[in-house]
Design a protein around this ligand. Structure first.
Ligand code: GTP
Ligand code: MG
Length: 315
């Protein structure tokens, strides 16, 4: 292999291989490009991805022009630092969570299969916005046939369940099997909602015992507003992204406007995001941290960016 390919890259490549629509291909190729370390050794791969992206975009334009076949209404355009799709059985509280955490207003109701179309909203987390996508339920009883096409391009999924539902374990197993059939990686996050209900603590403990090692499990209550901060943090972590801030030499960094990169990205990748010239002529960078700004440690192009880094590029 020409480069040290990150797990993010390999995951994106997998998604590309299984993409069925031009939209899925575009999303996967964009992820591949973002996760590819940018240096001499990967130049051919970079060019190859760009060529395939152009091709997929042409293809998607063609389907647009075909008139009646405009982009299907269920596709959700990515926005913000990353997209997290909320999956789950009916009535688990996916919509209520999204309506609580974002400005979106998905319909919430006490009967199953309320949500029929995706509803996206932006959830603030510290200084970034994470896009949450509320989806129709995944269930053996009924399922929207296009669901996999919306789930595949999401960068990350959270499985929302109601641990008090007597059928919850069967529901979780059904969803994991379904995702596997769609060739979607298992969710990184399992969110047990409705912890306000009597007996919920004990039910959550059982979920933890069963799934605690496979997933990052989190207990929340949309009704009581419990665990929402932890949810936002976990959604951010599940995206596998890092934030960095650019600092012009001799000036203060702009801490209000983070740049976002995949975990595993290098100082060189960071430079490429800020300015093309930086990327081409970068010699080294100085790394500062918010906690002790006096540092200014010298770092090389291949140094890995960590969340919260402040970088001063030198060409
Ligand atoms: N007690 C309690 N009820 C909740 C909580 N979250 C949601 N609910 C209720 O559970 C019901 C279902 O909530 P929704 O948000 O519509 O569930 P959903 O997962 O979007 O359901 P579908 O769209 O049918 O898949 C509603 O009556 C909500 O008010 C919670 O934390 N505690
Ligand atoms: Mg819903």
């Amino acid at each position: 292999m020409p480069a040290n390919l990150t797990p993010d890259y390999l995951a994106a490549e997998q998604a590309y291989k299984h993409a069925e629509t031009p939209q899925e291909k575009i999303a996967a190729l964009e992820d591949m490009y973002a996760a590819l370390p940018k240096h001499k050794g990967t130049e051919k791969m970079q060019a190859d991805i760009k060529r395939r992206l152009a091709e997929a975009r042409r293809e998607s334009q063609k389907t647009h022009k075909a008139g009646a076949h405009a982009a299907p209404a269920y596709l959700v355009r990515r926005e913000g630092a990353g997209q997290v799709a909320l999956l789950g059985p009916p009535n688990a509280g996916k919509s209520r969570l999204v309506s609580l955490l974002t400005h979106a207003h998905p319909e919430v109701a006490d009967y199953p299969f309320t949500t029929r179309m995706p509803v996206a909203g932006m959830m603030p987390f510290e200084d970034v916005q994470i896009q949450l996508v509320d989806l129709p339920a995944i269930s053996g009883e009924f399922m929207e046939p296009w669901l996999p096409q919306v789930v595949r391009p999401a960068q990350s999924c959270a499985l929302v369940i109601d641990p008090n539902n007597p059928e919850v374990l069967g529901q979780v197993e059904f969803i994991l099997t379904t995702l596997d059939g769609w060739r979607v990686p298992p969710p990184r996050l399992l969110v047990a909602n409705k912890l306000d209900l009597p007996g919920a603590g004990e039910n959550f403990r059982i979920v933890l015992e069963l799934y605690g090692e496979r997933f990052h499990c989190l207990g929340v209550s949309a009704a009581a507003g419990l665990g929402l901060g932890a949810f936002a943090r976990a959604a951010f972590d599940a995206l596998g992204i890092v934030r960095f801030y650019s600092k012009p030499p001799g000036k203060k960094p702009d801490l209000a406007a983070p740049y976002v990169l995949h975990r595993g990205a290098t100082v060189q990748d960071a430079a490429a995001q800020v300015h093309r010239d930086f990327a081409e002529h970068l010699r080294y960078a100085r790394l500062y941290r918010k906690s002790h700004e006096q540092d200014g440690m010298l770092v090389e192009r291949m140094h890995l960016v960590e969340d919260g880094d402040i970088l001063e590029f030198h060409t």
